[in-house]
Write a protein that binds this ligand. Structure first.
Ligand code: XMP
Length: 516
């Protein structure tokens, strides 16, 4: 394990991901964790993450006592670097020369971190104050105009530091620097592979679940599919999956779950067709928040009923249902402040409203994984690419992509338009370039058009292609004009009721990705 000590910036997660891309397992721990507790995790290396721009900043987080004296190879990055300099007797000064963004790094001596890398290279900086003198025992290996000590190392004590951010892609050789620290300085071996993850998780689930029965709600999304497939691999027929078809999925998606997923995993699947019920509940409603509430509420009710039936069937047949599978990912775990927290929580905190007499223990086999790792685990488990590489899709589905009341007829229109847009994006090979492309029906808007010799009075369809790293921020994707033209032609020709296609060119913020 490599511990990434989080000093409060968003960089910690990125660092942890980059470490894992070197096939070394990493875990994020808060900077408030006592050193003894960190050492109990038997880390092979410790990385101190970025944080505020300076150790002198008002909100500069303190360093746990003894963090630099553990003897474990330690790498300070940005704020972590400054912490190292200051704590060990070097100087961090207000030089008045802040550096933000792309900066030229001059290498004086390659040392371990910069071995084999060019004498001049681009790095990404983000600092106010700078280290001006390294502590005793350190060799300064590189500098920039604003940071006299931009990289330093003391191999004898296993201490390394860089002012720049090796984890961001703008740092040309960042991944090499990280690799050098992990493999050369800390002696880590690249054995964190998908196959190992799958085997380890399968063994853990098996041990935890024993002979009890397990239930899982499939949504059609990647996370629940991979979680279910993993648990299925571990305990086979003890798992029952419930798929609530709320009728708000896109064309072919319900079939994908019912056929492709079952074919790939052999899972025992209970499908609840609840389209009518959702449409009835949504009748006459056009307020976005109200739609979301209704869909969420109905989903819980339908799932609860299905779960009860599974439980009753199990009770009649022997082993009780004790566990509920959840596709919780590592970023959720980190963000909710839990590091290694036990997973034994009442299910209704998570599913949001299961009744008290249905109490499950949670099985969360993806708790330690990032999204890209989940996809690779899915591939390892033999899930089809349409499921593994599925782009994000909101739980309330097309219900929040029809602006106005949701009706069966409007759903049909949107489904057709969306299927065309998706097919053309796939055909153009753009699926992995864009984060997602919501297709939105402005159901209450009509505009005049002309088709053949006739006047039409139809609805507009909005294309909302975005690129993003994490959906927190996003930019509109610059799709090739000819792809947009094909999508527009096909939709207006093939989908009756649509006579106009428009492109959303708003970033997030200010616009959210979805329209509702
Ligand atoms: P927004 O619209 O907030 O969307 O910019 C950010 C990301 O979240 C997805 N999204 C949802 N996912 N339930 C979900 O599971 C929801 O209610 C929901 N609303 C938005 C959206 O597709 C985008 O990826």
């Amino acid at each position: 394990t490599v511990l990434v000590v989080d000093f409060g910036a968003q960089y910690a997660q990125l660092i942890a991901r980059r470490v894992r891309e070197c096939h070394v397992y990493s875990e994020i721990v808060p900077h408030t964790m006592p050193v003894g507790e960190m050492l109990a995790k038997r880390p092979k290396a410790i990385i101190l993450s970025g944080g505020p721009a300076s150790v002198y900043a008002e909100n500069a987080p303190p360093v746990s006592e003894g963090l630099l004296l553990t003897g474990v190879p330690t790498f300070g990055i940005c704020y972590g670097h400054q912490v190292m300099v200051r704590e060990l007797g070097g100087t961090v000064a207000q030089t008045g020369m802040s550096e933000f963004g792309r900066t030229m790094l001059s290498v004086a001596e390659e040392g371990t971190l910069l071995a084999g890398l060019p004498a001049e290279q681009t790095v990404w900086m983000s600092h106010g104050d700078a280290a001006t003198a390294a502590p005793e025992g350190f060799t300064v290996t590189a500098s920039t105009l604003g940071a006299p000590v931009a990289a330093m190392e003391d191999p004898a004590r296993g201490l390394y530091g860089v002012q720049f951010h090796p984890e961001v892609l703008h740092t040309e050789h960042g991944q090499a620097v990280l690799r050098h620290f992990l493999y050369e300085a800390a002696g880590c071996r690249p054995n964190w592979t998908m196959l190992n993850i799958v085997e380890e998780q399968v063994a853990q689930v098996r041990e935890r679940v024993g002979s009890a029965r397990v239930i899982c709600a499939l949504s059609g999304g990647v996370d629940s599919a991979v979680a279910a497939a993993l648990v299925q691999r571990a305990v086979g027929e003890q798992l029952t999956c419930v798929f609530v078809d709320h009728g708000l999925l896109r064309k072919g998606e319900a079939e994908q779950v019912q056929k492709d997923f079952v074919a790939a995993t052999g899972v025992d699947l209970k499908v609840v067709d609840a389209e009518r019920r959702f449409l009835d509940a949504l009748a006459g409603v056009s307020d976005p928040e109200e739609k979301r509430k209704i869909i969420g509420r109905e989903f819980i009710r339908v799932f609860e009923q299905a779960a009860r039936e599974v439980v009753e069937a199990a009770d009649a047949g022997g082993e009780p249902v004790e566990f509920l599978v959840q596709g919780t990912l590592y970023p959720d775990v980190v963000e909710s402040g839990g590091g290694s927290g036990t997973a034994n929580i009442k299910s209704h905190h998570n599913v949001g409203g299961l009744p008290d007499d249905l109490e499950f223990q949670l099985v969360e086999p993806l708790r330690a994984l990032f999204k890209d790792e989940v996809r690779r685990v899915g591939e390892e488990l033999g899930l089809p690419p349409e499921i593994v590489w599925r782009q994000p899709f909101p739980g309330p589905g097309l219900g929040i992509r029809i602006i106005g009341e949701v009706t069966a007829e409007r759903l049909e229109i949107l489904r057709e338009a969306d299927a065309i847009a998706r097919a053309e994006l796939t055909r153009a090979g753009l699926d992995r370039d864009i984060w997602q492309c919501p297709v939105v029906l402005l159901a209450d808007v009509r505009s005049v058009g002309v088709q053949g010799d006739g006047r039409t009075y139809g609805h507009p369809i909005v294309l909302r292609p975005v690129s993003s790293e994490d959906a927190m921020t996003a930019d509109w994707s610059r799709l090739p004009y000819d792809v947009l033209a094909t999508i527009s032609n096909r939709i207006t020709n093939e989908v009756r009721a649509v006579n106009r296609v428009v492109l959303d060119v708003t970033s997030k913020p200010p616009g959210t990705i979805e329209w509702e």
